[in-house]
Ligand binder design. Structure first.
Ligand SMILES: [Zn+2]
Length: 162
């Protein structure tokens, strides 16, 4: 049986997750984002219990970046989000990985790459969502940016299909 590994996003420390078995891993960027004292304490306790902090390999970051482009999540994923996803994908090569995150964009890309995920607190989305960036003024559909290249109005992100 494959070893079970939990890759934990920032939300896992804010909400507070507890595991009785399995390895726990997070990335350095997540540790930087945990600033409130309660989450810090949770992190320290989990660290004492064996939680490891490791950066992902660059090749997996590249795969995540292109997957995020195809789902329309590239503009909302932070560097840390990409690291968390990349680490999950990297570990999924030899273990059963469960990504713990409440972030819908991370869940969406995880779904695209068949990475199993579980919400730390809120209920997760059931299936992959495709996003579209659309101008609020003229209705032009764009791939990136916050202002419309046609009329200059603001761009809003909305889900299409599914
Ligand atoms: Zn426009």
């Amino acid at each position: 049986m494959e070893e079970k590994v939990y890759v934990i996003d920032t939300s896992g420390f804010i909400v507070g997750v507890e595991f009785t078995h399995g390895k726990m891993i997070t990335v350095p960027g997540v540790v930087d984002e945990i600033i409130d004292s309660t989450s810090r304490l949770r992190f320290e306790l989990m660290h004492d219990a064996g939680l490891r902090v490791e950066p992902p390999l660059g090749t997996f970051r590249d795969i995540i970046a292109s997957a995020a482009e195809s789902t329309g999540d590239a503009t909302v994923l932070s560097e840390t989000d990409i690291d968390v996803l990349a680490k999950a994908l990297e570990l999924a090569q030899g273990s059963q990985v469960i990504l713990i995150t409440d972030d819908y964009a991370i869940q969406n890309v995880a779904s695209k790459l068949s990475i199993e995920y579980r919400p730390a607190g809120s209920s997760g989305i059931a299936k992959e969502v495709v996003w579209e960036m659309k101008c609020t003024g003229c209705g032009a559909v764009v791939t990136s940016g916050s202002d419309c290249p046609v009329c200059g109005s603001s761009i809003r992100r909305r889900r299409v299909g599914n």
